[in-house]
Ligand binder design. Structure first.
Ligand code: NAP
Ligand code: MG
Length: 494
């Protein structure tokens, strides 16, 4: 943790000098002169004018990544050498942790202590983990007849483009860039238009880490232009995307309309959090439910946005969640006492408020929150609706804000049916002290991650990703390397 005070962070913010140019071929690149304004949701004030990349900048970045892959040293280094560079990158992230955390907090509104303590720790850990893993991988030697030798080897797939969202702008980037680079690929990152500042700073740091020019490029710009250009680019071999399901569909089309590049999708969620009466600790289940939906302003793909609670304990659990919602400290992301910051943009806040209006009109009962804070910036009260029914939009749509839907159930079968009544399948949780219930329900729920008696737990050594329309492919763990490597079979007749 950091012991910087509110005043310290405010004065750092006053002195904040953002990086505003693309990072292409090992250095800053101003682009063609077009810019866009990054506004801080903290106070609605402009933070920076950032270079706005389009086809031209994407062409340059992909060409640089292509050269670095086809002719440069990176894929030809020993895995140990690549690993050392990634560990050095992790150390640089740690050295610049305060500045990076500030950039994240100012651009997307999360509490700076969470940016520092959670996001930046995850980013450094990710680069270190894949750096350390780089030289510990082994290939396969399938058994054959005595007169033959079969080799199954992994080769880096080439140029990887990563297009990521703003909610964890650096973590989502690191989950893709670190394994791609460890595998020997080169990369182009396009951050979300709301959160380019932290990514551009990361690009700068990569030079100091000793990554050769072109190995890691960052192009800032708008999705329908720069993101689309990457999706359609013939020089990109793999497109790794995290974001909404709607935009994920675009990337599949871009691939089909261009070079059939492989597309990996990490998409949205509407995750069920199922609480049985025999949960080991109902207070802990309620605290976790509240934390899960309000953490990061609810702007979490894995947010437990549907609380499915057994009717017999619904009052006890929901009252505790509502109490937490009422007392949560919403405010300046730079104040270490703040528990929930600002929503990412005015447009996003309006969208979330629209969901709240719809929920009211559909007859869900508002238990707390629902209103915007009367102050500059985009702050919303922690919001809980109960008496939600499965047909309501509130039970189906990803809101991506601090808005919880509570549904009740009577039987285990009903809980599983409700849990699976969604197009998404990213995550789920089950609270029960009964081992059989825990395993039965975990198996029955279609989700990439199921937590039992906890939420959002895990480490880099476990895969993360979705089922159904939450996507496919996995970030984290050695499985992530599957996305960035091709398998080659070499059959030798002796
Ligand atoms: P988004 O609107 O889908 O944007 C994600 C990225 O795609 C941004 O970089 C965006 O660029 C770009 N983009 C937008 N339109 C595009 C287009 N037509 N062609 C190419 N690229 C385009 O998502 P978001 O609002 O940033 O993030 C929220 C979503 O991300 C939620 O659905 C959430 O569940 C999901 N998410 C999923 C995970 C996961 O691991 N499964 C993790 C975090 C978030 P611009 O911003 O520059 O327009
Ligand atoms: Mg956009």
């Amino acid at each position: 943790m950091t012991d910087l005070t509110h005043a310290d962070w405010q004065s750092l913010a006053g002195a904040f000098r953002p990086v505003t140019e693309h990072h292409i071929d090992g250095g800053p690149h101003a682009g063609g002169g077009r810019t866009f304004t990054v506004v801080s949701p903290r106070d609605g004030r402009a933070l920076a004018e950032v270079a706005c990349g389009g086809q031209g900048e994407v062409d340059l970045a992909v060409a640089a990544a292509r050269r670095a892959f086809d002719e440069g040293p990176w894929p030809r280094l020993t895995p140990t050498e690549r690993g050392r560079a990634l560990v050095r990158f992790a150390e640089l992230v740690e050295e610049h942790r305060t500045e990076l955390a500030l950039a994240v907090s100012l651009e997307m509104g999360k509490p700076v202590t969470e940016a520092y303590g959670i996001e930046l720790r995850a980013v450094a850990n990710t680069f270190r983990w894949y750096g350390e893993a780089a030289d510990k991988l082994v290939d396969e030697l399938p058994q054959t007849a005595a007169d033959a030798l079969a080799l199954v080897t992994r080769e880096p797939v080439g140029v990887v483009a990563a297009v990521v969202p703003w909610n964890f702008p650096l973590t989502m980037a690191a989950w893709k860039i670190a394994p791609a680079l460890a595998a020997g690929c080169t990369a182009v990152l396009k951050p979300a238009e709301q959160s380019p500042l932290s990514a551009l700073l990361l690009g700068r740091l990569s030079v100091e880490a000793g990554l050769p020019p072109g190995v890691f490029n960052v192009v800032a710009g708008d999705g329908p232009e720069a993101g689309r250009a990457l999706g359609l680019h013939p020089g990109v071999d793999v497109l790794a995307f995290t974001g909404s399901t709607a935009v994920g569909r675009h990337f599949l089309r871009y691939a089909a309309d261009s070079n059939l590049k492989r597309v990996w999708l990490e998409l949205g969620g509407k995750s069920p959090n199922i609480v049985f009466p025999d949960a080991p600790d109902l207070a802990a289940a309620a605290a976790s439910a509240a934390w899960g939906i309000f953490f990061n302003q609810g702007e979490m793909c894995t947010a437990p946005s549907r609380l499915l609670v057994h009717r017999s304990i619904a009052d006890e659990v929901v009252d505790a969640v509502v109490e937490r919602g009422r007392t949560l400290r919403v405010g300046d992301p730079l104040d270490p006492a703040t528990e929930m910051g600002a929503l990412v943009t005015e447009a996003h806040l309006k969208r979330v408020q629209g969901h709240i209006e719809t929920a009211r009109a559909e007859g869900a009962r508002l238990r707390c929150g629902g209103g915007r804070l009367d102050r500059p910036g985009t702050y919303l009260e922690p919001t809980v609706f109960d008496q939600v029914t499965p047909d309501m939009a509130l039970a189906r749509d990803e809101i991506f804000g601090p808005v919880l839907s509570v549904l009740t159930f009577d039987t285990e079968d009903e809980a599983v049916r409700l849990a699976n009544a969604t197009e998404y399948g990213l995550a789920a949780a089950v609270w029960t002290a009964n081992l059989s219930t825990a395993h039965r329900v975990s198996r029955a729920v279609r989700a990439g991650t199921v937590w039992v008696n906890c939420y959002e737990e895990g480490g880099l050594n476990v895969p993360f990703g979705g089922m159904k329309q939450s996507g496919h492919g996995r970030d984290k763990s050695l499985h992530a390397l599957d996305k960035y490597t091709d398998l080659k079979t070499t059959w030798v007749q002796l």
